[in-house]
Design a protein. Sequence first.
Length: 269
Amino acid sequence: MSAREEKFVRMNLIREAVSNEARSFKDIVSLIYGANLPRTANRTLQYDLSGLRILGLVELREDGRYHSTDNRMTFSNKAELELAVKHSKKILFTDGYFQGFDDILPQAVPSCLMNPEHSLVLEHIKTGYYQEIYLLLLHYIEFEENHPEITSKTHTPVKFPIDLIEDRTLGSIEDEDEFYYMNPEDVPKELDSRIIINKGIRKNGKVENKTYSMVYKILSDNYELVKEYHDLRGLIASKIYTLVSRVENGIPLEGSCDSCPSRHVQIKQ
């Protein structure tokens, strides 16, 4: 076999190695050469990987592992696919949280993913959706740490002219255009009168709420940051909604976790 043919074989083996699971350089060396490691193995495979990256077939991500750029998952047989789907559904749906996930508000999604109970799901996101989702989560965490004055307030209305609410109605909004949440779809038609009674104070026949006035000032003074925060968690939520929907329809999670069957068992044909 010529040197060119040997290189072609190696590059195909590398592509196969990273097609279903991201691999470190050390993993790839071991898979290609096994125990018979030639002296030039590392340098040879570095050249091969560089060539595959230039061709856009493989990419090295920030997790230090090589990933296939082909989004289609491949399986040896139907049973292997069914096992992957079963595993994906088990880690997503066992506790019931992700069932009906599209009904969950966007602001709950990032904290849900970072819950230790969903660590296996997060492992799949880190290894299978690094650029698409995981980096967004890291940015979200960093944003929360850097802007606590914003992130602790965005569950409350951005604009809340409580003084426009007449005492006799105790809940109907006089001008809906002047009342909205950061998530425009969640604008309520009425306020809970108990909130006004418990937190509000009467002033000149109107109901005024100092807490909401303070929140409004904080958020309105930092509108661009609030918008960025809202858009970021909305983007994360939309991607997770799509991911969960795919699993519900028989498409397994990409990436891997410590409980993946493929990490612990080998199916021989």
